[in-house]
Design a protein around this ligand. Structure first.
Ligand code: AKB
Length: 316
């Protein structure tokens, strides 16, 4: 039975992943670690948890050695928009945190999951059917940390045999935890505004097409990749994965099928628009489908129906 550490366990992915891992492997097998928001007050408190700053290598080693950790899902990171506001801090958290995790993994022989992002691509990347292996020259600090993270994970595997694996997430949509400081956050905010106010003012242009995924698929993807026989993997890190690709206008039209009175307006935030414009429109995820049988369960209509049901139950 693996003993798992989830860093960033109170974040958007971490909260739901911790709960899913506990369901699969048992509550006592999964240690939830958070820093800014401690797991002691959230959904992840019902099980082993600790406060951990991943930049503190000694503290990380203490948790890993003390708890007998064998697998690390390393989710602690700063997202794209907030990282652009604080580039030095973003580098410190995203890069030094990952380096510490990989060093501990090397020393204590742990396996590692590292989430990269569509942000690992940049303006020079083919935007449609973005290939698995292509130009990666991101123009954001967040994207630079993601592509460097992919390379670092590959390096630790090649050089030290650390079993590090990862994928490139698109924008993620969760009905449980709000994202914090991302460019794709509009695709979550819109549901709360639609149910509460009947109107949403979007910070991206109506025609900004981006890849997206519903959180149950994002969690399933991480767990499936980590459970795959390593012999089947040609790539190890930075697998393209997507489930749907839409614009704010298309998402609003799908919501209007359920809430006919819903309206959307646009007040574009130049920072987040520039970030979104530098990302691909739609990735080719055939490598993930071939190597570890990736297959999403939710498309746009399925995700919208499920999101609205959950948000209405929460708010009404
Ligand atoms: C963000 O918007 O920063 C993230 C991402 C696409 O990595 N959701």
């Amino acid at each position: 039975m693996p003993k798992i550490l989830v860093t960033g366990a109170t974040g958007q992915i971490g909260t739901e992943l911790t709960l899913a891992l506990r369901e699969r492997y048992g509550v006592e097998s999964v240690v939830a670690a958070g820093y800014r928001r401690e797991p002691s007050s959230g959904l992840t408190q019902a099980g082993p948890h600790c406060s951990l700053d991943v930049r503190d290598a000694a503290a990380l080693d203490e948790v890993i050695a003390g708890q007998g950790i064998t697998v690390i899902y390393h989710l602690a990171a700063m997202l794209s928009a907030v990282a652009e506001d604080q580039p030095l801090q973003a580098w410190d958290i995203n890069m030094n945190g990952l380096l510490n995790v990989l060093e501990s993994a090397r020393q204590y022989r742990c396996r590692v999951f590292f989430p990269s992002s569509i942000a690992a691509f940049g303006p020079g990347t083919p935007p449609y059917n973005t290939p698995q292996d292509t130009v990666q020259h991101p123009s954001t600090i967040y994207g630079i940390t993601k592509v460097t993270g992919e390379l670092l994970c590959d390096y630790y595997h090649r050089r030290y045999g650390v079993d590090a694996r990862g994928l490139r997430y698109p924008g993620l949509i969760s009905n449980q935890v709000l994202p914090g400081g991302g460019t794709t956050d509009y695709a979550v905010d819109i549901f709360y505004a639609a149910v509460k106010q009947g109107h949403y003012d979007c910070f991206l242009r109506a025609d900004t097409q981006l890849d997206m995924m519903y959180m149950p698929d994002a969690i399933a993807a991480a767990m499936l990749l980590m459970e795959t026989d390593p012999g089947k993997l040609t790539h190890r890190n930075g697998f393209n994965v997507t489930a749907m690709s839409f614009t704010p206008a298309q998402l609003a039209a799908e919501i209007q099928k359920h809430l006919p009175g819903f309206t959307i307006g646009y007040t574009v935030d130049p920072l987040r628009q520039a970030i979104a414009d530098s990302w691909p429109r739609h990735m080719d995820d055939s490598a993930a489908r071939a190597e570890w049988v990736w297959q999403p369960s939710f498309d746009l209509p399925g995700m919208v129906a499920d999101m609205l049901a959950h948000i209405k139950a929460k708010l009404c």
